[in-house]
Design a protein around this ligand. Sequence first.
Ligand code: FAD
Ligand code: S2G
Ligand code: ZN
Length: 475
Amino acid sequence: MSTDNPLITQLRSIVGPTNVLNEGDLSAWELDWRKRERGHALAVVRPASTAEVASVVKACAAAGVSIVPQGGNTGMVVGSTPDASGTQVVLSLTRMNQVRALDGANLTITVDAGCVLQSIQDACEQAGFLFPLSLASEGSCTIGGNLGTNAGGTQVVRFGNTRELCLGLEVVTPQGEIWDGLTGLRKDNTGYDLRHLMIGSEGTLGVITGATMKLYPLPKAQLTAFAAVPSLDAAVQLLGLAHQHLSAGLTGFEVMGQFALSLVTKHFAQIKVPFQNTDFPYCVVLENSDQESEAHARERFEHLLEVAMEQGCVVDAVVAESITQARALWHIRESIPLAQAQEGLNIKHDISIAVSRIPEFVRQTDALLQAAYPGARLVNYGHLGDGNLHYNVQAPEGGDAEAFLRDDEKGVNGIVYGMVDQYKGSISAEHGIGSLKRDKLVQHKSPVALDMMRAIKRALDPHNLMNPGRMLSIK
Ligand code: FAD
Ligand code: S2G
Ligand code: ZN
């Protein structure tokens, strides 16, 4: 629509002319992080307050124009970018980035939805508290997007997903009404839990504009170890020992396949895996958070690793001597997605399987993939602590990645998701569905569950204005 489109004029009057973008390069809002899907927005609108969000939604609803809520646009399932029709408004929350309140005695922080995750972590640490949501995109993802996708990350093994960390929400409904659920109460049994309905709804049921999140005391010590293990079975055995020896102190447990690590050292020469001999099929980075002291943390960690070496499930290990070294060890793990992107287009699977069954799943699925696509390379890594693998498939060495994606993604998905079903796993552990996996959701979710979800969507968004075609189609 041209700039004198009455809706555009109205939106400019609500958020200010400079906060309605409808010309020039809008790729930051229209291109997904994987750089595979490019949409075209009617406009990108950047409100500064909940009231402005409500007015924008009302104006769009009156004009019958659909809205795509967007935070940091780091999502992995094409859920935050507009479709190609040029008729959707991208509603970017990034200007709403204030910490509203921090209540130490209640162990809660209330923030705007557009707050970048890292800024919330920093604000909490400065006040002497821990906000334990951590993912490799934390420098640009927002808490609104984390809630929209019920993000996981590297501390789920101890603190759960974003859902478990949220006590209250403020939401603008598809009708432009403001629901203020920012109570900060840990107990509130007064009807359906609307908060939990909104969390993970991927912008399809309303716009999250504020959230009250749980805080934890800062640990006295947070130690990181990097261990080489002889197999995925050994990694699962080490996880069991870590639970036994560290209990609530275990705050991170990530597994990294040898090929995944080789991409990191190939594309980021300055990053070194901390062992001379890197000929191990898997490595694990694990974190021990201790409320007593660093000495106590170190003693428990070293005892765990001794027992693990005696049992043969660890063949080499280092415990970071400093925060800098700990960050460097985590940086190896967090560089895998970027190294993969450098290596080229890849077929991603964000899956979860019961931890005990992961080694067998990987053996069987690897074999099926090699038989069907000889030379395909497995970038296998992720949050083993909570049974979530990023089981990604790269084209064979020197192969045409574009062609591999175009010709083989369906077949590769078919093998992987078929095995996930066989192992009673999930086809999307933490990234959500978006438009990328919408058709897969229909294949892998029961008709009863799908009917219930569609009934909820129709009830709350009868005109299908909120992120239509994402997660579910209700036509
Ligand atoms: P966006 O991408 O902008 O939006 C994501 C979804 O949420 C969309 O459907 C959007 O419509 C909706 N949404 C956004 N804001 C709102 C709002 N205010 N109200 C309602 N709906 C909203 N994800 C994990 O779970 N775990 C990981 O470990 C992880 N690691 C990653 C590593 C890298 C390098 C990258 C690039 C991504 C990773 N992700 C991971 C994926 C992504 O970072 C998460 O899904 C994150 O929660 C998205 O936040 P965002 O602000 O970028 O949301
Ligand atoms: C992570 C990133 C997505 C991917 O880093 O934990 O969620 O598959 C992933 O690269
Ligand atoms: Zn992840």
